[in-house]
Design a protein around this ligand. Sequence first.
Ligand code: PYC
Length: 311
Amino acid sequence: MVALEIVDSHTAGEPTRVVTAGGPDLGNGPLSERVRRWSSTLDHYRSAIVNEPRGSDVLVGALLCEPVDRTCAAGVIFFNNVGYLGMCGHGTIGVVETLRHLGRLQPGTIRLETPVGVVAATLHPDGRVSIENVPSYRHHADVVVDLPVWGRFVGDVAWAGNWFYLVHTGNALPLTLPNVDVLTDLAWQLRQRVNAGGFPEVDHVELFSEAQDPGGHSRNFVLCPGKAYDRSPCGTGTSAKLACLAARGDLAPGETWVQESILGTRFEASYVWHDHERLRIIPTITGRACVNAETRLLIDERDPFAWGIRR
Ligand code: PYC
């Protein structure tokens, strides 16, 4: 019998399952190497933790591990229903709230090592968490996608710890829960076309409209790699949005951007230049997570779905 200690939380509606003990032994090499090892030989652990029957398509897992960089409080590897994420903004906020819940963290700033670089996370005295993401940039502007029935879309490809195709779809198709099926279908078609059109690395699609609530700057719908949509405004997605705004000169450094999710939950975001000449930014995303479960997952080899239902 394998037992894993976990803490569940949600950040602005999007769930995170932090594995605090009992996860796979990935050695102590660079985190990117540990991900390769996990995905090639121990992937069943990923599926057991986040997939049904213990989890669901929307759940993002976070494995806490020893960092290589000793200035970091911990290493963290994020994963989902189909694979592994470079970084995860809502997940990092969930990790910080989890560490606070476990009594391992006081207000202040820590560094966390991820497979794509070190991020800083600040727990504020009021419980909000700000994360300073990895350097982010617009990779390609004005990528045109023509879809049957839908017509033409023009969007940007950007990196912010994950790869995104970002496109303003306007208010004609409201980014609201009753439209989730059609939004998912549209975003999936866009992803396939963008992948086929020279950007095979893009695995997140982010649709934008005007904000629906006062004080918001934009609303988004983010489709994740395993076809689940992000209930939060997506930390890396908001970072990618800032990189595109910065590259266009549409948002100044230090200016606050309020990003609404499809649920209407919000992240506040801003950036500083990392490399002005190359239009690379360091985004900061602020949000709040709530812990909602603390338990042990049991993996019994006699269970036909011990290692999860895998696609
Ligand atoms: O918040 O960065 C994020 C994220 C990525 C996928 C789901 N959430």
